[in-house]
Design a protein around this ligand. Sequence first.
Ligand SMILES: C[S@@+](CC[C@H](N)C(=O)[O-])C[C@H]1O[C@@H](n2cnc3c(N)ncnc32)[C@H](O)[C@@H]1O
Length: 316
Amino acid sequence: MLKEKIVKEVRKRGFITFDRFVEVCLYDREFGYYTKKRIKTGLGEDFVTAPEVSKSFGKTVANYLKRRVEELSLPLKILELGGGKGFLAKDVVETLNPESYTVLEVREKPKWLKGVKWVKSLKEVEPFEGVVLSNEFFDAFPFKRIKKTEGELREVVIRERDGELYEDTVPFSGELPCQIGEGEEYCLFTGWEDFLRELSGKLKRGVFLTFDYGGKCREVAGRKSFRAFRKNRLSEDYLKHPEETDLTALVDFDYLSLLLEKTGFKVERLAPQSSFLLENGIEKFIEPGEVPQALMLLVDMGRKFKVLEATRARSR
Ligand SMILES: C[S@@+](CC[C@H](N)C(=O)[O-])C[C@H]1O[C@@H](n2cnc3c(N)ncnc32)[C@H](O)[C@@H]1O
C-alpha cells in the first residue's frame, strides 16, 4: 500500500518534503493516483476537465491554433503535454487533421485513440517547429508548501508516528517567487523550471498554449491554494488515505511566465478561459443539448481558469 511505502521512506529520513510526498502520491509506479488508478470519466466522479466537459473546448482551441500556425507560418505539428484520457487530442485531431500530434503522458494510451503518437518522456520527442498545447498540466507537478509564521518562511514536511503521517514544518532556505504575508501559504512547483528548459530545447519555433486553474501571484498566494480531493470532495484527511487522493495547487501564472521567459519563450498573453473561448467562437461548436456544459466552461471554469500563450522564436 502507498501509505506503508511513504511511512517507510519517512522512517529512513526523519521526514519527507511536501513535493516528494506529492510526487509519490501522484506518480508512484505501483500506487500513484495518476499512474495506477483508472480515473473514471463523467461529471460527479473524481474530477472533470474542460475537454471532458464538452467537445466545444477542443474544437475552439483547434480553430485558434489553425489561425496561429497560419499567421506564424508554422507546420501543423502539435505536442500535447499531459494528455490524460485523450479527449483534447481526439477533438483537435478530428478538427485539424494535423501533420503530427504527439501526446506526452505518463499514463497508458487509451485504446480507442487513433492518429496520435503517445510518449512517456520528453526524451522521446524530436526537436520540432509547431505547437505545444496543454490543459491542467502544470498544476499536476509536485509542489512545496511554504508558510510565513512569525516572519519566518517554513516549509511543510511529512513525518510519521506509530504508522500515521502528520504535517510538520522546517525552515525554508530557498527563495520564493512571490511575496507572502504573515499566515499565508504559497505552493511552489519545484519541477517546472527543469521541465521548461527541456521543452524549450524541443520546440525550435512555435506557439505554447496552456490552460490552468490559477491566477497572478497575489491572487493565488492570498488564497487556499493547496487542495486535496478524495471521491470528488475536498478532503481534510488526505494523510490517512494518500492513495485515493488527488493533490493539487493553484498555478501562479506570474511564476510560470517568469520561467518561460527564462527558458527562451516570450509570454504573449494571459486571459480568462472564458474570454479566450468567446473570442474564438465557441458558440459555433456547441452541439444541441450541450448548453449546460458550455456554460460550465464559460462561467464557472471560465473565470477560475486562465489561458497563457507564449511564443518561441528560432534561436540564433
Ligand atoms: C490534471 S490531469 C489533466 C489531463 C488532461 N490534460 C485533461 O485536461 O483532461 C494532468 C495529467 O498530466 C500528466 N502528467 C503530469 N506531469 C507529467 C509529466 N511530467 N510527464 C507526463 N505526463 C505528466 C498526468 O499523468 C495527468 O494525466
